[in-house]
Design a binder for this molecule. Structure first.
Ligand code: MG
Length: 165
């Protein structure tokens, strides 16, 4: 980068979790009324996991598993939204500012439109940006793949961070 210019860095993240009976459905930190939930060590929040990895990738700081190893009991009952907030703090302490983020969540059901604003507010609050810096789009797959069969919910995320000149 030229002298005196901020450095822009982009990261991407992906995650998928299986839908199972007997678990709450938590996406972007919002608990949705649904009879299936996402399986996993944590709450299985694929949106938060994908976005966490996108931020870490942009900052060149590894991945979610390195920051929160499942062997470490400190993070055992933490929500994925809290882990996302913790990572945003670590990224800032490493000298980066968080620009904007954009997420695509892939699922057949339930419809998210009624919860979209609440989900964006949660993500924005966790990473410390305005709601206008958080994109969230839901896509179906025309019945294809595990998401189309209602067996899983996946998410893709990108994040932009800047470091000062
Ligand atoms: Mg995950």
């Amino acid at each position: 980068m030229p002298e005196g210019q901020p450095s822009f860095r982009i990261g991407q993240g992906y995650d998928i979790h299986r839908l199972v009976m007997g678990r709450p459905l938590v996406l972007a930190g919002v608990t949705l009324p649904w009879d299936l939930g996402l399986d996993g060590h944590s709450d299985g929040d694929s949106i938060c996991h994908a976005l966490t990895d996108a931020l870490l990738g942009a900052a060149g700081m590894g991945d979610i598993g390195q920051h929160f190893p499942s062997s470490d009991d400190r993070w055992k009952d933490a929500s994925s939204l809290e882990l996302l907030a913790e990572v945003a703090g670590r990224v800032r302490r490493a000298g980066f500012a968080i620009g904007n983020v954009d997420v695509t969540v892939v699922l057949e059901v339930p419809r998210l439109s009624a919860y979209r604003d609440a989900m964006i507010e949660k993500l924005a609050g966790a990473i410390g940006v305005g709601a206008d810096a958080v994109g969230l789009k839901a896509k179906t797959t025309d019945g294809l793949g595990p998401e189309g069969a209602g067996e899983a919910i996946s998410a893709f995320a990108v994040a932009l961070v800047t470091s000062p000149a």
